[in-house]
Design a protein around this ligand. Structure first.
Ligand code: ZN
Length: 405
């Protein structure tokens, strides 16, 4: 839906109702890179839309006031790489996304053209989190013995499936192929190009399929290399310098996604690359069972690690919200502009002594003085996560119980 359509819809709704907002988030520091905003602002929400963003909105104009002073208020986080279907270690979207401020999430290749409908019926349509999909070039996605069946990897069938559901399928995924050649990648690139979408790739380099050749000769501008700070496909050399072919790939429009996961985020690689200002284009988790346990890969945890590796908060927020919103073709989800969809994350930056974990060459710790946690998540104007009951009445307001006997 275009921004104008949203505005029209919002105007219709605001005239039918009495002149009160549903809620106001008061006193937070709004970080909204789409509008170059990083300052204390109040935000009013009506129905599923942002109704007003101003320095001060009078408290008597809302049915509910929520004090978020000292908190960072951003649009809902957009996680471009997670796993909810097909993979044996898949997780459920709602309990893992909503407590972490993530309102929109992309399943990265769990389903293929043969299994997408099942994924939609069982998971996407049942989730409150907005779930989109990268279609695996492998017809069955990650089901069974995943991603090795060349016969099932059809560009044409994938193109047809994307054309059937352009509202849910935003691109193609190619990953984990163990054979020597480029067939899965080239078929995926073709399907992405012909549908005007993009491809996300996760291929550990081998002698017959080197990283530089993949990025410089096989991918198209706009395609994404995920796991960019993985130890297994190192961006940096033995002197901790970023390989020149990564710069060349970036120059020709190849994008780099974090995809933290259970083995794809090394402090050694990330710190060195960030020191050179080779930042990721998008921040994502690669969430599945093992990445949310020892590896601490929720969005706030990955954002914390990037902060501890030297990125600044505004860059991290932009690459966790606005840039992925633009990439998935939903700019209206990446902003807190008035009349935008009311997807909001309230984040708390805690100070203390914390230890952060990485992976890929054993799990190691990086000490940090800060940690980002999610206090509240609002999606389509509805509060779906409220860590400290900020939106709730005190329990003492509980009425006397009704006596049945
Ligand atoms: Zn993954």
């Amino acid at each position: 839906m275009s921004k104008n359509d949203l505005k029209k819809r919002f105007n219709l709704m605001s005239t039918k109702d009495e002149k009160k907002f549903d809620l106001i988030l008061k006193g937070g520091i709004v970080v909204d890179p789409a509008n170059n905003v990083h300052e204390m602002m109040d935000i009013a929400v009506s129905d599923q839309f942002i109704a007003k963003v101003e320095k001060k909105i009078s408290s008597d104009k809302a049915r509910r006031i929520i004090d978020v002073s000292g908190m960072i208020v951003t649009p809902g986080l957009i996680d471009l790489h997670a796993h909810f279907f097909g993979y044996f270690a898949s997780i459920q979207p709602d309990p893992h996304c909503l407590p972490n401020g993530t309102t929109t999430v992309v399943d990265a290749g769990g389903s293929g053209h043969k299994t997408f409908d099942q994924f939609n019926e069982k998971i996407i349509s049942k989730s409150k989190t907005r779930v989109l999909a990268l279609l695996n070039i492998a017809g069955k996605g990650m089901v069974g013995e995943p991603e090795q069946d060349l016969d099932g990897m059809s560009s044409d069938d994938s193109i047809n499936k994307i054309k059937q559901r352009p509202d849910l399928i935003i691109g193609i995924k190619v990953a984990h192929y163990m054979g020597p050649g480029w067939e899965p990648l080239d078929r995926g690139v073709k399907a992405a190009k012909e549908t005007g979408t993009f491809l996300m790739v996760d291929q550990t380099p081998i002698a017959s399929r080197p990283m530089d050749e993949m990025m410089l000769n096989h991918l198209n501008p706009g395609d994404i290399v995920t796991h960019c700070y993985a130890y297994s496909k190192p961006m940096t050399d033995k002197n901790d310098k970023v390989h020149s072919y990564f710069y060349k790939a970036r120059e020709r429009g190849i994008l780099f996604d974090v995809g933290h996961g259970a083995g794809s985020f090394s402090f050694r690689i990330a710190k060195a690359a960030i020191k050179e200002n080779f930042l990721p284009d998008t921040v994502s988790t690669d969430m599945h069972v093992s990445s949310i346990l020892a590896n601490q890969a929720s969005m706030p945890e990955v954002m914390t690690k990037l902060l501890a590796c030297g990125m600044n908060l505004d860059d991290i927020v932009k690459k966790s919200i606005l840039d992925p919103a633009l990439k998935i073709g939903h700019p209206e989800l990446g902003t807190l502009s008035e009349s935008a969809i009311a997807d909001i994350a309230v984040l708390n930056i805690q100070e203390g002594n914390f230890g952060l974990n990485d992976n890929g060459s054993g799990i190691r710790r990086l000490n940090s003085k800060i940690r980002i946690i999610c206090e509240m998540t609002i999606k389509d104007g509805e509060i779906l996560w409220d860590l400290n009951g900020r939106s709730r009445d005190n329990w003492e307001a509980t009425p006397v119980p009704y006596q049945l006997y």
